[in-house]
Design a binder for this molecule. Structure first.
Ligand code: ACO
Length: 427
């Protein structure tokens, strides 16, 4: 295959090198385009722009493939536990027994949050959305851990990573406890990462804590499915903020804000709210399908469509099966599951959705499982953030180790040409 691409513009030809990935994806390296031809590329929403070379996650949206570090998502969801996947994403290999135990122990040792942080949490109204609170608390962690990470030291990098992996679940659990007027707590050293998280979220001060294993297994699987998804909006945000050499916690805080939006991680909350609305309206899925297709109507079928998947989102397949299993195991009968299945069936047979290759995405069914696990709707996107944390960390680490330049896109200016300033009295 030719290793260059040729661009012809204004009668001149320009050659650009071509980069081929390990899965034969091809990118034209246009770093010198502006210098040589005085041109830039224009791609709002970065629909066709590669921002980096990455060895973390591979996805093929046409074929519905998703792999972390080469391992199929189906295998990881079925056979691995979340902490193994966290290690895999960040360090590149599955841990052996000793590595995993050490990792777990190091995280647990860092899972104390400064008591002063409770005062910050106290300042938020109870009505505050947990994602806003989580983003602020993650940013506030910087004040209590001010030393900057020396990214040239693997040890320093490791310390920062276990620190955030230890403290983040505590902060996430606190956002829920505050909403539910429960005393703020810390985890239990003897529990696994996911069970510990669950205990921190739900433990009552007057009741011995216990949980159904099916709940922890389902939560573990959901966290794995959300753990990374290459250069999505929040991950690109983390890399972009980190590229200015802002610290890990600051970069993560920005990523949390990006994830909050309903077009991204906030979709899981939006899906359940939409399904509830359809139920309250009498359950006529056809009516809402028509609304989704009507260009005059701002309504969109939440949980449908994806920037990259133009085929079934492989995570949605796993989650749909899991939703059926978990609800049966826990004996939950949720009518919105039937509405979801009805919508999916109609959409998959509808010309509008078929033509545009709109399939259910990971969040179409995740909210139904979260609800069955007793997680309140406003916490859904926080659960997504807990899952995505290792992906953000892995991507930030990769970006810093590769010494990537500061992210700074260009633009085509379409505003006014030069104008004379008019004094206030003459306007
Ligand atoms: N319902 C109805 N129509 C849709 C939907 C939808 N959910 N999604 C896309 N379309 C239509 C668009 O109107 C557009 O139609 P047109 O070609 O006639 O103008 C076409 O499909 C392409 O859609 P775009 O918005 O251009 O696709 P884009 O890649 O920019 O957006 C996105 C992807 C944001 C996910 C979009 O599909 C969407 O808004 N979906 C609903 C929100 C959602 O579920 N987000 C979660 C994404 S997954 C995640 O973050 C974990």
């Amino acid at each position: 295959m030719s290793k260059t691409a040729t661009l012809e513009f204004d009668g001149k030809k320009y050659e650009f090198p071509v980069t081929v990935g390990t899965e034969d994806e091809i990118g034209i390296d246009i770093k010198k385009l502006r210098g040589e031809a005085g041109l830039i590329t224009l791609d709002p929403g970065f629909k066709n722009t590669g921002s980096c070379e990455s060895a973390i996650t591979f996805l093929d949206g046409e074929k519905g493939i998703l792999r972390y570090r080469g391992y199929a998502i189906e295998d990881l969801a079925e056979k691995a536990d979340f902490l193994e996947v966290v290690y895999l994403l960040i360090f590149g290999e599955l841990p052996n027994k000793e590595q995993l135990e050490k990792f777990n122990k190091d995280i647990k040792e860092q899972s104390h949050v400064d008591e002063e942080m409770k005062k910050i949490l106290d300042g938020f109204p109870k009505s505050a959305h947990p994602m806003g609170v989580l983003s602020s608390l993650t940013s506030a962690l910087i004040a209590f851990n001010p030393s900057s990470v020396d990214v040239s030291s693997e040890e320093d990098m490791y310390k920062a990573i276990v620190k955030i992996l230890g403290k983040f679940p505590v902060l996430a659990a606190w956002t829920l406890r505050k909403k539910n007027s429960l005393p703020l707590n810390y985890g239990d050293e003897d529990l696994g990462y996911v069970e510990n998280l669950h205990k921190m979220m739900f433990e009552k001060p007057n009741k011995a804590y216990s949980v159904d294993k099916a709940v922890i297994d389902a939560l573990d699987k959901l966290l794995i499915l959300h753990a990374d998804h290459e250069q999505n909006c929040s991950t690109s945000t983390v890399r972009m903020v980190g590229s200015s050499h802002a610290g890990l916690f600051a970069s993560l805080s920005a990523g949390i804000s990006a994830l909050w939006g309903p077009l991204h991680g906030g979709a899981n909350q939006a899906v359940i709210e939409m399904l509830e609305k359809i139920k309250e309206d009498g359950g006529d899925t056809h009516k809402f399908m028509q609304k989704a297709k009507d260009k005059e109507d701002p309504f969109r079928l939440m949980g449908f469509g994806h920037r990259v998947y133009k085929n079934f989102d492989p995570r949605a397949k796993i989650i749909k099966k899991s939703a059926d299993e978990v609800l049966a195991q826990l004996g939950v009968d949720d009518p919105v599951l039937d509405i979801a299945k009805g919508l999916e069936k109609e959409a998959l047979e509808d010309d509008y959705f078929v033509k545009r290759k709109l399939y259910p995405n990971v969040d179409f069914y995740s909210g139904i499982i979260y609800r069955a696990l007793g997680i309140p709707v406003e916490m859904f996107t926080v659960m997504f953030a807990l899952g995505r944390l290792p992906g953000w960390i892995a991507q930030w680490r990769e970006m810093r180790l590769k010494k990537e330049p500061i992210g700074r896109p260009r633009q085509i200016y379409v505003g006014e040409n030069h104008r004379e300033y008019k004094p206030l009295g003459n306007r």
